[in-house]
Structure formats: C-alpha cells, structure tokens
Design a protein around this ligand. Structure first.
Ligand SMILES: C[S@@+](CC[C@H](N)C(=O)[O-])C[C@H]1O[C@@H](n2cnc3c(N)ncnc32)[C@H](O)[C@@H]1O
Length: 274
C-alpha cells in the first residue's frame, strides 16, 4: 500500500501515464480468461443487493462494472450512431454497449496494445472494432463521430484539456460526449470547468459517489479472489489497491466516504451547427 500511495501522490503525471499503460498492458497479458473484462469501480443501487438491471447468470460476476456502463450509456440514444469509446480497456464495456444499445458502429480505442489485441480476439460483433490509439491524439478524422464514450480513464491522462479538445474535434455537431470519472476533491472544480468550457448542452451532470462506494464494497471479495487466483503472491497487495478492493482505513473506499474523492458522470450534447 505504501508503494502504491507514493506512486499515486508523488510521481509526475507523464511518468504515471507510461507506468499506468505498462501496467494495463501487463494485466492484459495475464491469462485471466473472461474474468477480467472491466477495469472500473462499478455502480450499485443503494438498496438491497445493488442490482440495477437483469443479467444473464454467466455475466453476474461483471454486474457492478457493467451497471456503471449501463448507467452512463442509458443517458442518450444510440440508434444509427457512429460511436467511439476512448480507453476501452479490456473491452467489456464496449461489447456491452454494442450488444445492448446497438449503435451502427462502435470503435474501442486504447493506448495499451495488449488490451487491444485481447479485445479484438474476445469481442466480435458486426460494427464493433478496436484500435490502438492515444486519447491525447485520437486517431479519427474531424467531425467523424456521433458519440464519444469515456469511462474511468481520464484521470490517467497527462493533459485533460487536450483530451477535451480532441473530443470536440472528432464530434459532429449534435453529437454526444459521455464521461464518468473520479477526481480528488481539490481537483473536481477544474474537471468540471474543463467540461463547462466546451459550452455543450448538459443532459446530466451528477455526483454518483454513493453508488460507486456501494459497488466497491459489494464487489471487493470477488476482486480479491480474482487477484489471488491469477496474480503471483508478491503482487497481491499492490493489485488489491489498484483494483480498489481494499476496504480499510486509508483505502480508496475510505477516501470516497470521507469526500476526499468524488465520482461524476456527465452526458453532454455538442450544439448543432446553426
Ligand atoms: C481504469 S481503465 C478503464 C478501462 C475501461 N473504460 C473500463 O471501464 O473497463 C483505464 C484505461 O485507460 C487507458 N489509457 C490510459 N492512458 C491512455 C491514453 N493516453 N490514451 C488511451 N487510453 C489510455 C488504459 O490503458 C486503461 O485501459
């Protein structure tokens, strides 16, 4: 935990970016079968078992991270859209959105090449594709997309403003930008100001931290068991932190509960050309 906290607090953002992508690449090289399709905190209802949707029993293990995608994707219409997910990770969310929302096209993009290789093999559907690319320089033409989706990844980026500029460049007038992510309390205002600077119409802007905390708690045992099953023992501690599966004092769950970390989701619409 000490090593992880040192890294989080004191390493320059440019180094963190490279280390993070190296780490995501390494995760994708591990043989985790289909147990690791998502890399996000998850979303849960505040009551009962936390379910917000019906699921096929073999997808139950992905319930909370899938519910986060569902919560965000439900905010806009997808029919006939040319959509892109920036930082698709292991592609579980990309495949889920393709399957449930059925846009005309959905491209998953990530900087971690091993994740893209995994996605291309694991998730196949008409209209669904994956390619390696950087959120700082999205490999798509100007005004070529109707929807940009971004889930829990922008905290990794060395320059959030640059990402926002790239989203604006690739989105068509009338297109949607969906983003869900967390920030330290002291940088939430800067996060919101960057999004406000787009001058897009706001469909939803909501602090969903209580739902994230509940999901982290409900999903913690599953994550710990998965780490014990697939990772070498010397990595168990750091991976438990990385997966936010630690529930003790000083953990990420604790930071969320004390309001030191906050999770926001936004759905924005770029104004149509006049
Ligand atoms: C926490 S994971 C989230 C993945 C996925 N959205 C999910 O919820 O399962 C963050 C992802 O961001 C990707 N990433 C980090 N920096 C990136 C960049 N500059 N451009 C594109 N992807 C990046 C990482 O490789 C990783 O797959």
């Amino acid at each position: 935990m000490a090593v992880y906290n040192l890294w989080k607090r004191y390493f320059p953002r440019s180094v963190k970016k490279r280390v993070a992508v190296f780490f995501y690449d390494a995760l994708s090289r591990m043989n985790t079968a289909d147990d690791l399709l998502f890399l996000n905190h998850g979303y849960a209802a505040l009551e009962g078992p936390g379910s917000t949707m019906e699921l096929n029993p073999d997808l139950e293990k992905h319930r909370y991270p899938m519910q986060l995608y569902s919560r965000i994707a439900d905010l806009i219409p997808w029919e006939d859209q040319n959509a892109v997910e920036i930082s698709c990770g292991r592609g579980g969310g990309t495949a889920f959105v393709m399957d449930t929302k059925k846009p005309a096209e959905l491209i998953g993009i990530d900087l971690a090449g091993a994740s893209i290789d995994y996605c291309a093999k694991a998730h196949k559907a008409p209209g669904l594709s994956f390619q390696k690319g950087d959120a700082m320089q999205i490999p798509l033409d100007d005004a070529s997309c109707d929807t940009v989706l971004n889930v829990e990844s922008s905290f990794n980026y060395p320059d959030f403003e640059k990402f926002i500029g790239e989203v604006d460049r690739v989105l068509r007038p009338g297109g949607h930008f969906l983003i869900g992510d967390y920030r330290r309390a002291h940088s939430v205002d800067a996060f919101k100001a960057s999004l406000d600077s787009l001058n897009y119409d706001v469909i939803e802007a909501l602090d969903v931290s209580p739902h994230i905390i509940r999901a982290l708690k409900l999903d913690s045992d599953r994550k710990v068991k998965m780490i014990q099953r697939y990772a070498p023992k010397f990595l168990h501690g750091v991976l438990t932190e990385f997966a936010f599966a630690n529930t003790g004092p000083g953990s990420d769950i604790d930071l969320f509960e004390r309001g030191q970390k906050v999770y926001w989701i936004y759905a924005l619409r770029k104004p149509s050309a006049s």
